[in-house]
Design a protein around this ligand. Structure first.
Ligand code: FPP
Length: 260
């Protein structure tokens, strides 16, 4: 993909976001509210993932990126971490055929060297199987951290310099080509469910000009209607990318103003 950057060139903007990135928060509280173990919230969270991906595909969203497991989530109780790993494996095994049949390409970003061999092989198979699909790219961020991503891209640039025997040009394009999601445009819309208002080390570089949408809805309750409300809110935003409102006025209005 040719390099697109909101800080280098003003991107084209459409009513439907091309790329939606989501922090799926509130699974534990959803379960606790129902006197269920926290992990029951994660299980229901997978249903919400399915509904969201289906809904995005239907609406013509091209990229959906989900924060499934952050580099900081290892700090959770061991049993919860193991449960999340098993859930990821089960969901991937169960859903991959359906994703493929629906033209969805799956990518996993993050430091998966920390995962056991079985999970890595499964990810590899799923990515290969769906590699040619073009309807929607679903990215699962697993053991991902925005700072990790920036560091690993920087490391690759440095290694490139060593290989080439001279300092490489460091600019946005040469740097961003090494980011884990170099294949995707920057997110247009960032959604975080569960009432918290922070980005928790998600796509730090890529969220520079993304529109943010926070909702109190817990992730297991996030359905097609909730997604619709987020997209509606996005449609009402004025994406200026540093320009003024007047500069964004439609051409016809500008002509009218001039002719007055
Ligand atoms: C945050 O809620 C959620 C997670 C850390 C895990 C999210 C994972 C899933 C929904 C499963 C994803 C599976 C696939 C295949 C993508 P929380 O536990 O922090 O909730 P809380 O803030 O209420 O405690």
């Amino acid at each position: 993909m040719t390099y697109t950057s909101s800080t280098v060139r003003v991107p084209d903007v459409a009513a439907v976001p091309r790329h939606i990135a989501i922090i799926m928060d509130g699974n534990g509280r959803w379960a606790t509210q129902r006197r269920l173990p926290r992990v029951a919230g994660h299980t229901r969270g997978v249903d919400a993932v399915r509904a969201t991906v289906e809904s995005c595909a239907r609406r013509g969203v091209e990229y959906v990126t989900l924060f499934a497991f952050s580099s900081e989530n290892w700090r959770r109780p061991t049993e919860e971490v193991s449960f999340l790993m098993r859930l990821f494996v089960t969901a991937l095994e169960r859903e991959i055929g359906k994703l493929h049949a629906n033209g969805i390409r799956l990518r996993v970003v993050g430091d998966i060297s920390m995962f056991d061999e079985r999970i890595r092989a499964l990810i590899q198979r799923a990515e290969t199987k769906t590699a040619r699909n073009t309807r929607l790219t679903l990215t699962i961020a697993a053991n991902y951290g925005g700072r990790w991503d920036i560091m690993q891209a920087t490391r690759k640039l440095a290694e490139q310099s060593v290989e080439e025997g001279q300092a490489v040009v460091v600019d946005e394009a040469s740097f961003a080509q090494h980011l884990a999601m170099a294949y995707a445009p920057e997110p247009d819309l960032f959604i975080r469910t569960g009432g918290e208002q922070r980005i928790s080390n998600f796509l730090l570089w890529q969220l520079a000009y993304t529109e943010f949408y926070f909702t109190d809805t817990y992730w297991p309750d996030f359905d097609a209607d909730a997604l619709g409300r987020a997209i509606e809110s996005y449609g009402e935003r004025e994406r200026r990318f540093g320009r003024t409102s007047a500069q964004l006025a439609p051409q016809s209005q500008k002509v009218d103003t001039l002719s007055c």
